[in-house]
Write a new protein. Structure first.
Length: 184
């Protein structure tokens, strides 16, 4: 018998001063049985950094043809494709062919090794941005994971904080490839 996804609910308040984006998003997050709290919370972070009424969670780990998050326009065209982790370079190339913009949030101890192996093949992808989340940041975010969450995300002058009533994690994200995140 296959294991089912665990459902998490988050009330996410976003204040993005740079974009002038202020909104509350009720999120329902299906965590795949093989997914860690760390990876799930990075998906929540990616949602906060790219928040838009059209942004939604995809099937991610459960499907090869869907990202972790995406934003489609009214015609069904993919404006933004977001993957978290260390996706196969074939998957990233295919995503770059399907979407206007592709962003990969890589994390963990193997992130630098992944980029070292993938860089040559992915450098020519003009619509690709690769972001690196340090281990301390991703582990701090994992500590925020609960089945029901009340989260606040503040983005101001290149600084990001994601937290709940008990504390916040200052999020350090660096651009490995592509335009800096501030150019969203």
């Amino acid at each position: 018998m296959a294991l089912k996804s665990t459902i998490f609910k988050a009330a996410l308040q976003i204040a993005d001063m740079g974009r002038g984006y202020y909104a509350d998003h009720p999120l329902i997050i299906a965590r795949h049985p093989s997914e860690t709290d760390e990876r799930m919370m990075l998906r929540v972070l990616a949602f906060a950094l790219h928040a838009d009424p059209g942004l939604s969670f995809g099937k991610g780990l459960s499907a090869d043809d869907e990202p972790d998050l995406w934003n489609r326009d009214l015609t069904g065209a993919i404006r933004l494709w977001i993957d978290v982790g260390q996706p196969d370079e074939k998957r990233v190339r295919r995503a770059c062919g399907r979407a206007h913009e592709v962003v990969v949030y890589t994390y963990g101890r193997g992130a630098d090794l992944w980029w070292g192996r993938s860089q040559a093949a992915l450098e020519r992808m003009q619509n690709l941005r690769v972001m690196r989340v340090p281990v301390a940041t991703s582990q701090g975010l994992a500590k925020l994971a609960q089945r029901t969450m009340q989260l606040q995300c503040t983005i101001q002058d290149g600084h990001v904080w994601l937290g709940d009533k008990d504390g916040a994690v200052e999020v350090a994200v660096t651009t490995v490839r592509g335009p800096p995140a501030a150019s969203r």
